[in-house]
Design a protein around this ligand. Structure first.
Ligand code: MG
Length: 242
């Protein structure tokens, strides 16, 4: 899973550099597919419960599960959420990042991005064997709400391994006492989603794409993280110490 995570991290780094104004989300997904195949992996999302895309690309007020489309052209000023899952040698890895298209990021967008990233980091720090999973949830919620942003509660992180989505669910909110105790060897996909104002979401007519009801932009960051005797290890990272 560590090898898969490293490969996925490399794939996502390449894909996000190709997210540019004038490129369709389908073109970006096709580039991603080439990169996924090049590392000997396959898309974990394509066909998953009928999902029609290779990866998820969600723009601006779209929260998650955006379907790549030839007619959806990315523009300057778009906030692009790229979520990629791969399967290789029987094991899964899952990762997401949010990128802004443009040189000058609006201050409020920066605040949203930094806060969501910090929330992910806080969650990861709490991937400690013997502690409750709720500590992850609470730390994420705190990081987001102290910045007066909202946690999108409809979607949660998850265990990951031989399946894309395994137990336990990893909510981005809730009391520190909630959930099971973490054990060495558990691997979790931790994925906070934050927005401004209302956290209410709706699903578009395509049956997949989640959008904020009030049209506010949202951010999503995700890592696949292992609980080890040495503490948390981010598997979806380009460098691993040993
Ligand atoms: Mg995930």
């Amino acid at each position: 899973m560590q090898e898969n995570g490293r490969l996925l991290s490399n794939v996502l780094s390449k894909v996000k550099l190709q997210a540019k104004p004038g490129v369709s989300t389908l073109q970006l997904a096709e580039m991603a597919h080439e990169e996924i195949k090049a590392v000997g992996a396959e898309s974990a999302f394509l066909g998953y419960r009928g999902f029609p895309g290779v990866i998820c690309i969600s723009l601006n007020e779209e929260v998650v599960h955006g379907i790549p489309s030839a007619t959806r052209i990315m523009r300057q000023g778009d906030l692009v959420k790229i979520d990629i899952g791969i399967k290789r040698k029987g094991f899964y890895a899952d990762m997401a990042e949010t990128v802004y298209l443009g040189e000058e990021v609006p201050p409020e967008t920066t605040r949203l991005l930094v806060t969501t990233k910090n929330a992910l980091a806080a969650g990861i720090r709490n991937c400690i064997a013997g502690e409750t999973l709720g500590k992850i949830s609470q730390s994420i919620q705190q990081a987001i709400e102290t910045e007066n942003l909202s946690v999108v509660k409809r979607f949660v992180g998850h265990g990951i391994g031989k399946s894309l989505h395994e137990k336990p669910p990893v909510p981005n909110f809730g009391p520190s006492t909630g959930g099971p105790r973490l054990e060495i060897g558990m691997v979790l996909a931790i994925e906070p989603i934050a927005t401004f104002g209302s956290p209410e979401i709706a699903i578009k007519q395509d049956g997949w794409t989640a959008i904020t009801v009030d049209g506010a932009i949202s951010a999503h960051f995700e890592h696949t993280v292992a609980v080890t005797s040495q503490g948390p290890v981010i598997l979806t990272s380009t460098c691993h110490a040993g």
